[in-house]
Design a protein around this ligand. Structure first.
Ligand code: PHB
Length: 390
């Protein structure tokens, strides 16, 4: 009896630290507004992971708490992360679609004793801002370097570069330029557009006037990319023979029905295609399709989230549910597994994901639907952008 009372008393005093039964994960992403489909993909990837792997790890149960951040808004991102840490007592922060939102959270991680698992934001420098950041998505350096070689191999010598004027756009511009010049090509003009740009006709005129044989473009996936590719088609650039080169953000699967035949033949390089042919991807697409409801809405943020959950589960396993952010992060350094995208690993130094990058071409299937068909693999790509950051 006495022993039982002491045990009960100890349980109360030690609280969650020793007897943690619910581990909370705070996920921040765009769940409403123009980018809501991207946030919906975060949730579909997370739901697919828990459907396939359950919600218990040892004695612990995982609970996901979502917070909506519709647009890039660093102040709001930090406020939401603080609320999740202080009020909800989350042990992990995850999600983060836009770079400025991920960047804004890095200063609070150490004091909060919380790892951040970035499921999308793609600027190389994010992982250097705190040793507690791990990233399971991609960087625009990683995805934009191979397309430079593709452009050169297509016989193009002069390219105009058009990017959104913020972290991942500037990284993409630098990556393409470095890769293309190495091949002997020239970037004749580099334009950075405000993130809020949605009328692309003036840009299309500048592309025509530049005399370039090809255009390289990066914008964050969503209504922005759909509008840009539509403008490229509708302003006659495609008809004029100006070739289009971009990372796969520009042809995400959920945009393809709206782009229609005009997008056929567009080549992009990216870490994930919904069509990727593997047993792991088949199982993932089945679970994620069920989670999202409409399979045509599936896109790459779902796989960043799915793999992010895999990393968090490994962290929980390694710490036995104890809140120890450094121990959790150390446990996944060098971790390798087969993702729906192909074989991946967490680089122990950068804590960023090493992965294949695929050249894909927008193709029409027999049933009339459109997909990104993988046609070449650039194996085991690290992040070339990290050398540029250092
Ligand atoms: C980012 O803000 O880092 C970002 C957002 C969407 C993308 C790529 C990068 O498609």
């Amino acid at each position: 009896m006495k022993r039982a009372i002491i045990a009960a008393f100890a349980a109360i005093i030690m609280g969650n630290a020793a007897y943690a039964d619910t581990i909370k994960i705070g996920v921040v992403g765009p769940f409403s507004g123009p980018f809501a489909l991207q946030g919906k993909n975060f949730k579909a990837g997370i739901d697919a992971y828990t459907a396939m792997n359950g919600t218990t790890i040892g004695d612990d149960t995982v609970e996901i708490i979502y917070r909506d951040l519709p647009a890039a808004d660093p102040a709001q991102s930090k406020a939401l992360a603080q609320e999740l840490v202080v009020k909800e007592k989350v042990q992990y922060l995850a999600g983060f679609y836009f770079t400025p939102d991920a960047m804004a959270v890095t200063p609070i991680l150490k004091q909060a004793n919380v790892p951040l698992v970035v499921m999308n934001a793609a600027t190389s420098a994010i992982v250097t801002k705190s040793p507690l950041v791990v990233r399971t998505s991609f960087t625009t350096w990683q995805t934009s370097t191979p397309i430079a070689k593709v452009a050169h191999d297509a016989g193009v010598a002069k390219v105009i570069s058009i990017v959104s004027d913020y972290g991942p756009g500037i990284d993409a511009e630098n990556a393409f330029k470095a890769g293309f010049e190495k091949e002997g090509g020239a970037v004749v003009e580099a334009i950075r557009m405000p993130l809020s740009t949605n009328d692309f006709s003036p840009i299309m005129q500048r592309i025509k006037d530049s005399g370039a044989q090809g255009v390289f473009a990066f914008l964050p996936s969503g209504p922005t990319t759909l509008g840009f590719v539509k403008a490229y088609n509708e302003n006659g650039l495609k008809a004029a023979g100006i070739k289009f080169f971009a990372p796969g953000d520009l042809t995400q699967e959920s945009d393809l029905p709206a782009l229609g035949d005009a997008a056929l033949g567009i080549q992009t390089t990216f870490h994930y295609a919904v069509s990727h042919d593997s047993a792991e991807n088949k199982a993932f697409v089945e679970a994620a399709s069920k989670a999202i409801g409409n399979p045509a809405e599936l896109s790459f943020p779902s796989v960043g989230a799915f793999d992010g959950m895999n990393v968090i589960y490994k962290m929980i396993e390694a710490t036995g549910g104890e809140q120890n952010a450094q121990k959790a992060v150390d446990a996944v350094k060098g971790l390798s597994w087969v993702s729906p995208r192909g074989p991946v690993s967490i680089d122990p130094e950068s804590r960023h994901i090493t992965q294949n990058i695929y050249l894909r071409e927008v193709t029409k299937a027999d049933d009339g639907s459109y997909y990104n068909k993988e046609i070449q693999t650039f194996e085991k790509q690290g992040d070339p952008g990290l050398a540029a950051v250092k």
